[in-house]
Design a protein around this ligand. Structure first.
Ligand code: PEP
Length: 266
């Protein structure tokens, strides 16, 4: 993306976060087993202070996974949250409910929710706000379709999604938010963005946040890459100055593979 003014960013000012998204996989029994395997795979790895590790599990697995991971540095996240605290919203789960179950992070606006469940930029904003107000960290997903990349409107799409997702947030709230750049064409397809493509858009998102607030805020925000990240490509992606971690789908279903991704971030 030519002509853009690049801001030199200091990676030490923000957290590196590797988050697994288990999607609609794992019964509670299977979840307990995978969480045990992950705790074991990372038991000799000192992530403290350098990398935050989260597994975003189906709602029904939260209890089992929290039990297994209590006493480890691995945090438990959810994959969605409703924006109201309680009420007549059959089938929904609120932020206070998640918080009381020990959840610390929640994925908001994943492309699968935008694509199949009518998630809009406006509801992404409401859900992220509800998460923040309850002390949860929202992981807000943004990213273009393949047709949008081919049409040369990646920046336009990502700018719209990011600005609307963060609308009305204070700088302090933005600093407590994680943005995951997930090009839709790379999710679950085995087709990873190149490290340069990931860096280019993550840097652009940071520029958007600088424009919305200020450079200090932008430098504090964790911006992950997601889209077929695996042990074999994680190190190259995570070495980029504006890629502060990964949102990992398929590869997070193998404890050994996910642990290798975490190690690549250290
Ligand atoms: C995701 O679910 O957010 C994701 C990036 O999936 P995958 O790693 O399987 O592409």
């Amino acid at each position: 993306m030519p002509g853009r003014q690049r801001i030199k960013m200091d990676k030490s000012k923000r957290k590196t976060v590797i988050a697994g998204n288990w999607k609609m996989n794992m019964t509670p029994t299977e979840a307990r087993k995978l969480a045990c395997e992950l705790a074991e795979a990372l038991s000799c790895t000192d992530t403290a202070g350098s990398v935050e590790v989260v597994v975003c599990v189906p709602f029904v697995d939260i209890f089992a996974v929290s039990q297994v991971l209590s006493g480890t540095p691995i945090k438990v996240g959810a994959q969605n949250v409703h924006f109201e605290k309680c009420g007549a919203y059959t089938g929904e789960i609120s932020a206070p409910m998640l918080a009381e179950c020990g959840v610390t992070h929640v994925v908001v606006g994943h492309s699968e929710r935008r694509q199949y469940f009518g998630e809009t930029d406006e509801t992404v904003n409401l859900r992220a706000k509800a998460a923040l107000e309850t002390g949860l960290t929202p992981i807000i997903c943004v990213g273009e379709l393949l047709s949008e990349r081919d049409a040369g409107i990646t920046e336009e799409v990502v700018a719209r999604q990011t600005k609307l997702a963060l609308a009305g947030f204070t700088a302090e709230q933005v600093k407590r938010t994680i943005i995951a750049y997930e090009p839709v064409w790379a999710i679950g397809t085995g087709r990873t963005a190149t490290a340069n493509q990931a860096e280019e858009v993550c840097a652009y998102i940071r520029q958007i946040i600088t424009n919305l607030h200020d450079i200090e805020t932008a430098e504090a925000v964790t911006i992950q890459y997601g889209g077929s990240m695996k042990a074999s490509n994680a190190a190259e992606l995570l070495a980029k100055p504006n890629v502060d971690g990964g949102l990992v789908g398929g590869a997070s279903l193998s404890a050994a593979e996910f642990a290798e991704i975490v190690k690549a971030a250290l």
